[in-house]
Design a protein around this ligand. Sequence first.
Ligand SMILES: [Ca+2]
Ligand SMILES: [Ca+2]
Ligand SMILES: [Ca+2]
Ligand SMILES: [Ca+2]
Length: 423
Amino acid sequence: MSFPSKILLCCAIVFSTWIGFPTGLLGQGAWYGDQQNLWVHGEAGSTPIVNLSTDLRAIARTADGGGWIAIDGSQQVIHVDASGSIVEVVDTVVGVQSLAIDASGLVWGTRPGLDDLIVIESGSGIIATHSVGSVPYGLSIDSDGRIWVSCSYANQIDLLDGSGSLLASFPVGFFPTGISAAHGGGVWVAEKGGLKRLSSTGEVLWSETVGTFPIAVTTDLQGRAWFCCQTSDQVVVVGDLGVESIIDVPARPLGISANGDGTVTVVCRDGSALVRISSQSEILSLEMVANPIGHGDLTGLQRALLADPLGDQDFDGVANLEEAQFGFNPLDAASVPALFVRGDTNRDGMVDLADAIHELLVLFGVATSPCLEALDVDDDARLTLADPIRILDFVFSAGPPPGAPFPEYGLDPSPMQGFPCSP
Ligand SMILES: [Ca+2]
Ligand SMILES: [Ca+2]
Ligand SMILES: [Ca+2]
Ligand SMILES: [Ca+2]
C-alpha cells in the first residue's frame, strides 16, 4: 500500500470511529486520556469523546455524565459535557493535581504549587481558595460534605468543612497521595510506605504495608478500597477485615475507579492497558491503549456514593447509596431495585383473598408474575402452598402478616436470596 493510501485508510478509520460513537453511552464507563484525546472505556472497549490536543492528569465526573479535567503541564481545568463539547476552560494560574465534585456541583481542586485548594463554580470560574498543608495532592469529599486533602510534603491529612474552613490536621506516614472517603465515615489513604484507613476523627483504624508505592485509591460499590501500587504493578483490595486480595496488573497502574456495576477499571500507563476487574478480583478484560493516563473519579461513582449518597443520579427513583447497598447500579436507570409489598401478588397495593387465589394460579402454572419475590409470603426463599395459606390465615384468621416489606411498599431486605422482582 502506498503512503498516501495508508494515510487515507487511517483517516477513514479515525473518521468512522469519531462519527460512529453512540452519544447515549457517554455517561457510562470510565474516562481516561492519551496524549491527544479524552476517551470513555466501557464493556465494549474505548470510544473517543473529544480531542483535547494535550495530555490530561485528573478527572472528576459530574452528575449529568460530563466531567472536569485538569490538564497535565499547563494551568487549565476544562469542563466537558456528556456529549463531548467543551463548555468552559478555567485558568488555574498553576497546575491542578486532583479534582473532586461536591453534592452541589462545585469543583474542588488541589494546587501543589500554591499549597491551597481552589473552588470552581461552572460559569463563574474560581470563586474561592483555601490554604492547606504543604504540597496538597489528592482530595475526597465525604457524605457530610467535608473535604479531605492529602498534603504530600507535610505528611498530614487536612480536613475542611464545606465552606473551606480547616477543621483538623491529622499526621500520617511519609508522602500521602491518593485518598478516598470511606463508606460510614473517614478515609482510605495511599502513602509511599503503605495503606491506611482513618476514622472520621482521624484515628488510624487500619494500616498495612502491601505492594510498593501506592498512589491511587477508589471506594467500590460495597465500600471496599482498591489501591494501585505503581511500582509493584498490583491492585490491593481492602475490606473491613483487611486485605482481601492482591491482583497483578500491567505496568504502572496510576488511575483506578469503581464502576456502578461492581467492577473496577484500572489505568496502567507504562503497560499501555485498561483493565476491568470483577468484584471477585478476576480480570474481566484488558484493552491495549498507548500510555493511558488519568486519575480521580473517572466514572462518577465516587461523587454519587460518597459526596451525594441521598441523590438519585440516574433518576430511577432510588437513592444512590440505597441502590449500592442492594447491589444495583446507581449510574444506570435500567438497573433498579423493585419496590413491592410482600403477599400482594396481583400488585394492587393491598393483600387480600384475590392475592391468595392469584398465587395458587401461579403455583399451578396457570398465571405468571413479574415479581415472584412478592409470592414468597413467609420469605423462606421457597414458593410453596404455605405461602398462599399464610395469606388466607392472615386475612381471615388474624394469623401472622407477610414478611417485610409489608404493609408499605419497600425493597427486598435480602435480595441475594429468593426470586426476581421487576418494577
Ligand atoms: Ca438511582
Ligand atoms: Ca439504578
Ligand atoms: Ca393484592
Ligand atoms: Ca415461601
